[in-house]
Design a protein around this ligand. Structure first.
Ligand code: PNS
Length: 161
């Protein structure tokens, strides 16, 4: 039976930190489903479709799937036959938020485990929020996001090029 991890998030946009997490998740699970949360009340820099395209451009292996979901994560995890929820931890700041979510999810779906992987030491400062801020101000984010994201950021911030 193949072991499936569901990796949920906003991924607006996907960063090298997310990529590292998926790659390391594949050492533990047979399949990682990157699940882009669709929140109708929140408009992102990238549309959900663009975020999915980026994941599909980055991961060519059939062991990584990209999909979107709406509503409760635990319900979607059940629908996908996921064995665990996969999340990354960078800092103590992340911990409080993640601890709350993991325990709420545990309460909603006992038996569905949340597995945390620590961010790589050279990526602990990388976040989608900072990528958006730095790139909108003309900063170089080449070292922290993959090429499909860089290409799209360039189009947004330098549409004439
Ligand atoms: O990358 P993010 O934005 O920190 O991801 C947060 C996400 C999407 C994992 C979280 O908001 C979520 O699970 N949303 C789905 C709705 C839900 O189940 N909420 C209750 C979580 S305890």
């Amino acid at each position: 039976m193949s072991r499936i991890a569901l990796y949920p998030g906003s991924f607006d946009p996907l960063t090298n930190g997310h990529i590292s997490l998926v790659e390391r998740g594949l050492d533990i699970f047979d399949e990682v489903i990157v699940a882009v949360a669709h929140n109708p009340n929140k408009t992102g820099l990238f549309s959900v479709e663009e975020r999915l395209e980026i994941v599909r451009e980055v991961f060519k292996t059939p062991r990584v799937k990209a999909t979107t979901f709406q509503g409760l994560l635990v319900n979607f995890a059940k629908e996908m036959n996921a064995h665990a929820i996969l999340r990354g931890l960078r800092s103590v700041g992340d911990f409080e938020y993640e601890y709350q979510m993991a325990n709420m999810n545990r309460q909603l779906a006992p038996g569905l485990q949340t597995v945390f992987l620590m961010a790589e030491p050279d990526q602990f400062y990388v976040s989608s929020r900072l990528v958006k801020e730095v790139s909108s101000l003309g900063g170089d984010v080449t070292s922290v996001v993959p090429e499909p994201v860089l290409r799209r950021l360039a189009k947004i911030h330098n549409p004439s090029k």
